[in-house]
Design a protein around this ligand. Structure first.
Ligand code: ASP
Ligand code: MG
Length: 465
């Protein structure tokens, strides 16, 4: 049997109960296959707090970042205390953790002390990546406690990236060499590497991160290089769901998807998967399973090239928040697109990934998606900033802004399946549609609507499944 890659998300590495499940899963698969690679995220919420620490350091608020670091340290030590590790293991782990916090504070201080235009992006990425370095050490120690040969491995020694800090892309060839040097020998010796997700380093060794949610990407890059047999993504949900269960309780697990359908789902708001992770897997034809650590008896979702698409062509319905811009004129959209994109980056530190635009002889409409990773307040903040900016910009056309929801139907061959578009539009009868877009891969159909109608739209489309 080949190597299995298992990625454990932030929701399942932060409590003793979840870690016990993790150990059981690892024990079982290690016995069955021998070769395992683990990729781990930071504990839930830690990366957000590290982000806050960076903001405090940039404001030169030393008490601010020290308080955050102290809280983070307490949370990790409290977790360790609940794991009943042996004395020696516990002491050495605590020493490791203290060293990491010492380094973290030094980096924050460096950030606080630097003035002027010195770019500090690598320092910020170094800080953002501490959560994964902490969790990998804790998990490796817990595996050893259970007789498994776990070793924590910082992906700065594996994943070689470009220097787009905050959203770096791995260089597959350079990464391959590092993986062959630093990871494969461990596997040969029966060791279970516990690799930090999310982080990498440039060729010159400067720390980078792969974008929020990037641990998935780490798992897929490594899997492509080692030609893993499968990738399993573990979290606290049972699999990919037909819609967000927080929005509509009737959501069900989707048994099978192909890579394109998964990509559309991720792109249009299914939070549990990072969009960029899908292509390396598809290229190397590596199946992906999405599974829940508290529901190990269930099979979860299997993603592979020949997923069963015979029955209902509609697989899921997703929703994502955005900002719509309307103008009573028709003209070039370039200027306004650039304005919004720059503003998004300045205000939220993120770029708009999906844009839907429509134009008639007398009206223009553009819709920008605010990524979910930008946080719950992002739409409001962005809306306020944008309205203000547009008022102050002497532009030919007058633009009005309003928050919108983009509800997307995901499935296969939506263009050729009889009447799907008609059925969806019929289901949405009574809900005003501001714009409509079909994905070029024919795997998605999106409608832009007022956010107040989102839940209703999802329920109505879900009834078609
Ligand atoms: N911890 C990182 C984040 O919160 C990466 C990940 O969890 O995938 O974005
Ligand atoms: Mg994630």
């Amino acid at each position: 049997m080949g190597t299995l890659t298992m990625k454990f998300g932030g929701s399942v590495v932060g409590t003793p109960a979840a870690l016990k499940q993790l150990v059981q899963i690892v024990q079982q698969e290690h016995q069955a296959r021998g070769k395992l690679v683990l990729i781990v995220s930071a504990l839930d919420g830690i990366t957000d707090q590290l982000h806050d620490a960076i903001q405090q350091a940039l404001l030169d608020n030393r008490r601010g970042y020290r308080r955050i670091a102290a809280n983070l340290r307490t949370r990790h030590l409290a977790l360790i205390n609940q794991l009943s590790l042996g004395d020696i293991e516990q002491r050495s782990l605590e020493a490791d953790i203290d060293q990491l916090f010492f380094d973290l504070l030094a980096l924050c201080q460096k950030l606080a002390e630097t003035t002027g235009d010195v770019p500090m992006n690598d320092t910020m990425d170094a800080i953002l990546g501490f959560g994964e370095r902490l969790s990998a050490r804790i998990i490796a120690a817990f595996l050893r406690q259970h007789g498994l040969r776990g070793v924590a491995l910082d992906a700065t020694h594996l994943i070689v990236t470009d220097d787009v800090y905050g959203n770096a892309t791995p260089d597959m060839e350079l990464t391959r060499k590092r993986v062959e040097e630093n990871l494969l020998p461990l596997l040969e010796r029966g060791i279970i590497p516990v690799v930090t997700g999310f982080i990498g380093a440039t060729k010159g060794g400067k720390p980078t991160t792969l974008g929020r949610g990037g641990s998935d990407y780490t798992a897929s890059v490594i899997s492509a290089i080692i030609q893993a047999e499968e990738v399993w993504m573990w979290s606290d949900v049972e699999g990919m769901m037909t819609c967000d269960p927080n929005i509509f309780r009737q959501a069900k697990v989707i048994p099978e998807l192909n890579y394109e359908e998964l990509a559309e789902m991720a792109y249009f708001g299914a939070k549990i998967i990072h969009t960029k992770m899908i292509w390396p897997l598809r290229e190397h034809n590596i199946p992906l399973r999405v599974r829940g650590v508290f529901t190990t008896e269930a099979r979860g979702t299997l993603v592979h090239a020949n997923a069963n698409t015979d029955h209902n062509p509609i697989k899921a319905v997703t929703a994502i928040q955005g900002i719509g811009l309307f103008s009573e004129r028709s003209g070039t959209l370039v200027e306004i697109t650039q304005l919004v994109d720059t503003l998004l980056f300045d205000v939220l530190g993120t770029r708009a990934e999906v844009t839907i635009s429509a134009q008639s002889a007398s009206r223009s409409f553009i819709c920008f998606v605010i990524p979910t990773s930008a946080g719950p307040e992002a739409v409001r903040t962005m809306h306020a900033e944008l309205s203000q900016k547009l008022n102050n910009t002497a532009s030919q056309s007058h633009w009005e802004t309003q928050p919108v929801s983009i509800v997307t139907v995901v499935g296969s061959k939506l263009d050729t399946q009889a009447g799907i578009t008609a059925k969806v539009l019929q289901a949405l009868d009574g809900i005003r549609i501001l714009a409509l877009a079909q994905g070029p891969s024919y795997c998605s159909l999106s409608v832009v609507i007022n956010p107040k109608m989102m839940r209703q739209a999802i329920e109505k489309i879900h009834a078609l499944l």
